[in-house]
Design a protein around this ligand. Structure first.
Ligand code: 13P
Length: 250
């Protein structure tokens, strides 16, 4: 089965409104005849600025997180209702920076996944092992657990709005990329896990992005692998010079 490529930029905690508008505008122009699926995920405070720039284009609007509740006394959190109001299409959940720096566990991430899907969003569920887990031979087991627990209670119908992003933690922002072979092996394994949960057809349809130091010079080799269906890009998503060549990899 042929899956389409999906290239997403996670801007993390970067940019002011003026900078965000400039980058979003340049990307919309550069990618308008791009062949793949595209997304940019700015910080919450930038979403209202970026939304009208990407509206009606082939660049989707993402958010980097959401609260596990719809509304209420949750100081400092942002609700799915507020994100929907801004026209957000996709929510990135379970990013390793949320898991490890802000102590989000699988149960919390699962609650957010289900809430976001319930409100009609697409979800990019991030998974990935730490360096010590990889060195201990536990990369597959960690990714399996994060996939199973992240998707617990998600219906087969809602699964069609889930994308998985494999981001080995040791490759994020470090300049170390997983080799295309190592990444593909985990992607294949995760696809099998999805197959056991939802059947072979759903597994073959699942878009699995790779993330972790994706750059213009390694994007094509990664994307050439059978099970790598796109990229979730951090640092290189912050500049047109680096994001456009990745988005238009050949
Ligand atoms: P880098 O591309 O900066 O390694 O970040 C990857 C990432 O965490 C995307 O979500």
């Amino acid at each position: 089965m042929s899956r389409s490529y999906y290239i997403a930029g996670n801007w993390k905690m970067h940019k002011t409104r003026a900078e965000a508008a400039e980058l979003a505008g340049a990307l919309v122009t550069a990618l308008k005849d791009g062949k793949h699926k595209y997304l940019i995920a700015p910080s919450f405070t930038l979403i209202e600025t970026v939304a009208p720039i990407v509206k009606g284009t082939n660049v989707l609007l993402g958010a980097q997180n959401c609260a596990p509740e719809e509304q209420g006394a949750h100081t400092g959190e942002v609700s799915v209702l507020q994100l929907k109001d801004l026209g957000v299409h996709t929510i990135i959940l379970g990013h390793s920076e949320r898991r490890h720096n802000y102590k989000e566990d699988d149960a919390l991430i699962n609650k957010k996944v289900k809430l976001a899907l319930h409100h009609g969003f697409e979800v990019i569920l991030c998974i990935g092992e730490l360096l010590e887990e990889r060195e201990a031979g536990k990369a597959e087991a960690v990714c399996e657990t994060q996939t199973i627990k992240g998707l617990e209670g998600v219906s087969a119908e809602d699964l069609s709005r889930v994308v998985i992003a494999y981001e080995p933690v040791w490759a994020i922002g470090t300049g170390k990329t997983a080799t295309p072979e190592d990444a593909d092996a985990i992607h294949a394994y995760v696809r099998q896990v999805v197959g056991k949960l939802y059947g072979e057809m759903a597994a073959q349809k699942m878009i699995i992005q790779y993330g972790g130091s994706v750059k213009p010079d390694n994007a094509a080799q990664l994307m050439a692998k059978e099970n790598i269906d796109g990229a979730l890009v951090g640092g290189a998503a912050l500049k047109t010079d680096t994001f456009i060549p990745i988005a238009k990899f050949a």
